[in-house]
Design a protein around this ligand. Structure first.
Ligand SMILES: C[S@@+](CC[C@H](N)C(=O)[O-])C[C@H]1O[C@@H](n2cnc3c(N)ncnc32)[C@H](O)[C@@H]1O
Length: 254
């Protein structure tokens, strides 16, 4: 990545702007949504949502992918911090192997607790059930794509794909989501509205030029997804505050 500007929405410290203990977008979903599921989180940033799904939602395996390598490094670190500060009563925790509750202040002062080998805990238990990849997922495959996903999450990323890769790139993204989900699998989508493109495109001349070529509008995403073979959208309501107040939508692959 050459540019220091967050032209991909690759904000560092994003979660200090969007602070949460439990992500409010996930909180809109039924509690059993991720139990036993193989999940891909596209545009995982520093891995907060990815780690929450792996730790607290009973997922079998969660893969986070992000175009920005340094964010992916931060996501691996996040995994260690979440593991270190995990309370003994956290879901999926075997207290016999993790008897100490290590508060965040200890983590700051002493560093992270080591992650035990997965033979002690099982590879489908946090932190072994989460991993990260650096990749432009719209254009490049990752090894995990070789098996279909039960759930693909795309939170606050469609605008960045659209502005960087145009209408054609956005359609390629939707097509990839569709083709890599198993039948009956779900796409959990938080699209950004058209009015938010205005500020984003000012970051960079290329984004500004590409924005001028865009014909597709976010209001049309639902019909594009239905043309690909997704069922009718389920709106799970709005999450977030201020400029982050956005819908969380769910589409099932028919
Ligand atoms: C605004 S952040 C949203 C982070 C997270 N999904 C959330 O909502 O909490 C968008 C993320 O998408 C990533 N991104 C943008 N284009 C991408 C692509 N083509 N492939 C993978 N990640 C991408 C950015 O680097 C950034 O971390």
């Amino acid at each position: 990545m050459d540019s220091n500007l967050p032209i991909y929405g690759n904000y560092h410290g994003y979660y200090s702007k969007r602070p949460f203990v439990n992500d409010p977008r996930l909180a809109l979903l039924p509690v059993d949504s991720f139990v036993g599921k193989r999940v891909l989180d596209v545009g995982c940033n520093e891995g907060y949502v990815t780690c929450e799904i792996a730790q607290s939602w009973g997922a079998h395996k969660v893969i986070g992918v992000d175009i920005d390598k340094s964010l992916v490094r931060a996501a691996w670190r996040r995994r260690t911090v979440v593991w270190s500060t995990q309370s003994p009563s956290a879901p999926g925790t075997d207290t016999s192997v993790h008897p100490d509750h290590f508060p965040l202040s200890f983590e700051h002062t002493f560093g992270s607790l080591p992650i035990p080998p997965n033979r002690n805990r099982g590879k489908h238990v946090f932190p072994h059930n989460v991993s990260f990849r650096a990749s432009d997922w719209v254009n490049d495959q990752i090894p995990e794509d070789s098996e279909p996903y039960d759930i693909i999450i795309a939170f606050s990323i469609s605008k960045w794909i659209h502005l960087n890769q145009g209408d054609e790139g956005l359609q390629r993204f939707f097509h990839r989501v569709y083709s890599l989900l198993r039948p009956g699998g779900t796409f959990v989508f938080e699209p950004q509205s058209w009015d938010t493109y205005k500020k984003a495109k000012r970051l960079d001349k290329n984004l500004m030029d590409r924005a001028a070529t865009l014909k597709i509008r976010p209001e049309e995403f639902e019909s594009l997804l239905s043309q690909l073979g997704f069922g009718p959208v389920k709106h799970f309501g709005l999450a977030g505050e201020g400029g982050f107040r956005r819908p969380v939508d769910l589409y099932v692959k028919l």
